[in-house]
Write a protein that binds this ligand. Structure first.
Ligand code: ADP
Length: 397
């Protein structure tokens, strides 16, 4: 029986597990959703058999239920050799993945005020897994770590400097695991080494961010102190005028409500009044729903503006890379966004674009484009599995 690596991603109401073999090939994934609610459910990808979860199941219950199911179905018969956890915020403490022990866990707890919705639930998953597997090495891989190389000009807000000194108010950036994977994979596909490859990486899923990567290193990114800044997203506004807060407060809307609206009722959902889902939005637009067409237009225009902004951090560009559910699958979004960037020399080939990329490289640019444009499926779980295996074998617990 091959040794396995287990990857765990604890979200606010969901839990995702992935099992990799020791050669980093994915064996199975498992998912629990709507946790802590009456209709909590779970399933394992490689199996037809449903996994029963009690109503109102917590993350801890879902974790032990899914791990038992993986064992029963002989997908993970033995204890894993290492476990990797996705952790959203590593603050300025974590510049790379870290082996979990009492000290690193305390440091993750210290970062919780920067990500109050995410880090506590990530920590709950870590605690539950540690009690299930006390002697298996466990590793945290942070969404923020890849962006710790940002220069001060890119990470500081133009605010009183005491805010940064006393409260660590700065831009951190997120989706770092995905952008890191893009840097590695784009270089590989272009026949280059990551350390000499510069790309702009656009991760477009429910959350969206774009990163300038110079010689393999993140030098600017669109998300900031929180994952709210930057691009238009499924339900998040991205950039707005900070003066909006005072304006809305005057209308009697509380700070909590404003934050809630900007995070969960804005973006594609807010603009269209219908859905946060790009695929449904494209269908609606095709059937003449004008607010949906406008939502797509605004999404693409903001994206194009940010591609331009990322150019300020680069001296050369080897590729613009699209990833995430929208970036990988929506030819329309790629085409519409790049139509604003002809002046910069981006040209897309419609046939290649409709096919989501040609050749093994996933290229969609036309022959007269100044820069290659690539479509690359992201694989954050693979990065976490690799990091778990690397750190578990290189350091004592
Ligand atoms: P998450 O950030 O939750 O991981 P994903 O990366 O899966 O999300 O991206 C989800 C988004 O991708 C949704 O808006 C969905 O509509 C969009 N998407 C998936 N497939 C397509 C498609 N074929 N065309 C357009 N959008 C798509």
């Amino acid at each position: 029986m091959d040794a396995n690596l287990l990857v765990i991603n604890c979200g606010s109401s969901s839990l995702k597990l992935a099992v990799f073999d020791s050669r980093h090939r994915k064996q199975a994934s498992a998912l629990a959703e709507r946790l802590n609610s009456n209709d909590a459910f779970a399933r394992i990808s490689a199996s037809e058999q449903p996994v029963q979860l009690p109503s109102g199941a917590s993350h801890e219950t879902a974790l032990s239920t899914l791990i038992n199911a993986l064992k029963d179905q002989a997908i993970m018969a033995n204890d894993p050799i290492a476990i990797g956890h996705r952790v959203v915020h590593g603050g300025e403490t974590f510049r790379e993945a870290a082996l979990l022990n009492d000290e690193s866990i305390a440091a993750i707890e210290d970062c919780a005020s920067l990500a109050p919705l995410h880090n506590p639930v990530n920590l709950a998953g870590i605690a539950a897994t540690r009690s299930l597997y006390p002697s298996v090495p466990q590793v945290a891989v942070f969404d923020t770590a890849f962006h710790q190389t940002l220069p001060a000009r890119a990470f500081l807000y133009a605010l009183p400097e005491a805010y940064y000194r006393d409260w660590a108010v700065r831009r951190y950036g997120f989706h770092g695991t995905s952008h890191f994977f893009m840097a590695q994979e784009a270089a590989r596909r272009l026949g280059r080494t990551p350390a000499t490859t510069s790309i702009i990486s656009a991760h477009l899923g429910n959350g969206c961010s774009i990163t300038a990567i110079r010689d393999g290193i993140s030098v600017d990114t669109s998300m900031g102190l929180t994952p709210l800044e930057g691009l238009v997203m499924g339900t998040r506004s991205g950039d707005v005028d900070p003066g909006l807060f005072d304006f809305l407060a005057d209308k009697g809307i509380s700070a909590e409500e404003i934050t809630e609206v900007l995070n969960t009722k804005s973006g594609l959902l807010g603009l269209s009044g219908q859905t946060n889902d790009m695929r449904s939005l494209c269908d609606l637009a095709d059937h003449g729903h004008e607010p949906s067409a406008l939502a797509i237009d605004i999404f693409c225009f903001r994206l194009a503006k940010y591609v331009g902004a990322m150019m300020a951090s680069l001296t050369s560009l080897d590729a613009l890379v699209f990833t995430g559910g929208i970036g990988e699958n929506s030819a329309r979004v790629r085409q519409q966004a790049l139509s604003h960037l002809r002046l910069m020399g981006f040209q897309i080939d419609s046939e290649l674009n409709e096919a989501h990329g040609a050749y093994s490289q996933g290229r969609v640019e036309s022959s007269d484009s100044r820069f290659p444009v690539l479509v690359i499926p992201t694989d954050e779980e693979l990065v976490i599995a690799r990091e778990a295996s690397r750190l578990a074998t290189s350091s004592p617990v």
